[in-house]
Design a protein around this ligand. Structure first.
Ligand code: ZN
Length: 120
């Protein structure tokens, strides 16, 4: 099923929310005095992709850094109108899968193949 504009907006919001969550956790951990609003969305939402503070990046663990990178890529693809398309086979990733994992860049088939390969 093709991703509608409305679903895309919803998923984009979730990507931004997840990004804020990760960054605010890190800010908390590093006791940075960055002032956050109650929702924390506005401050972080204004920060464009790939312009994170170096200190923030260094304090992320690998998992968080991977998710952030995937989120940034997803946001870039939304901007380019390529969101929801598998970067491997250019098939649609599918709304259901994106709802589970909005930052997904592979369709389920490619993802399965890649995981098989990395486990072998
Ligand atoms: Zn694919």
């Amino acid at each position: 099923m093709k991703l509608t504009k409305a679903s895309e907006e919803k998923l984009k919001k979730r990507l931004l929310d997840t990004r804020s969550e990760i960054l605010s956790e890190v800010n908390h951990n590093t006791e940075t005095t960055m002032e956050m609003g109650n929702d924390g969305v506005q401050d972080i939402g204004d920060v464009s992709a790939n312009t994170y503070n170096r200190q923030i990046l260094l304090s992320l663990n690998d998992g968080q850094r991977t998710i952030l990178a995937d989120i940034d890529e997803a946001l870039d693809r939304i901007k380019d109108g390529e969101y929801g398309i598998c970067i491997e086979c250019e098939d649609e990733i599918g709304t259901k899968r994106l709802e589970v994992r909005p930052q997904a860049k592979y369709c389920i088939d490619c993802k399965t193949e890649i995981e098989k390969g990395s486990k072998a």
